[in-house]
Ligand binder design. Structure first.
Ligand code: AMP
Ligand code: ZN
Length: 111
């Protein structure tokens, strides 16, 4: 837990937030600045800066299981997932998160 990290505070309940889905080690909540009609963030409760720092296979599985359960709960079967890793790739919040976007069409390659 990092005191200065917005996602640590959100994931651990210090900032009130409606979780779409929650497991022991993972939360799923709505992005504050949605880029699609549905825009979720799948976030570990523990502070892990980037995907490069994720070294726990159980947590890796739990992140993806939580993602799948959250979209199933919302009745979504088509969606775009994004993990920005590092400033050059567009990461702004340095607490690992998986973007899940749905409800519009998406172009490829991603910009
Ligand atoms: P990234 O650029 O991949 O680091 O994405 C960070 C995302 O976090 C952006 O889509 C922001 O809109 C979102 N965001 C920032 N602060 C919050 C917050 N307090 N609650 C929900 N989403 C947030
Ligand atoms: Zn954090």
């Amino acid at each position: 837990m990092s005191d200065s990290c917005i996602f640590c505070k959100t994931a651990n309940g210090q900032i009130p937030s409606d979780f779409v889905y929650e497991t022991k080690r993972v939360v799923v909540f709505k992005d504050i600045n949605p880029q699609a009609p549905t825009h979720l963030l799948v976030v570990p409760k523990e502070h892990i800066e980037t995907l490069n720092d994720l070294n726990d296979k159980d947590l890796t599985a739990e992140l993806f299981e939580a993602l799948k359960a959250a979209v199933k709960k919302l009745g979504i079967s088509e969606y775009r997932t994004v993990i920005n890793t590092g400033k050059g790739a567009g990461q702004e919040v340095f607490h690992l998160h998986i973007h899940v976007m749905a409800g519009r069409s998406f172009s490829w390659p991603a910009g």
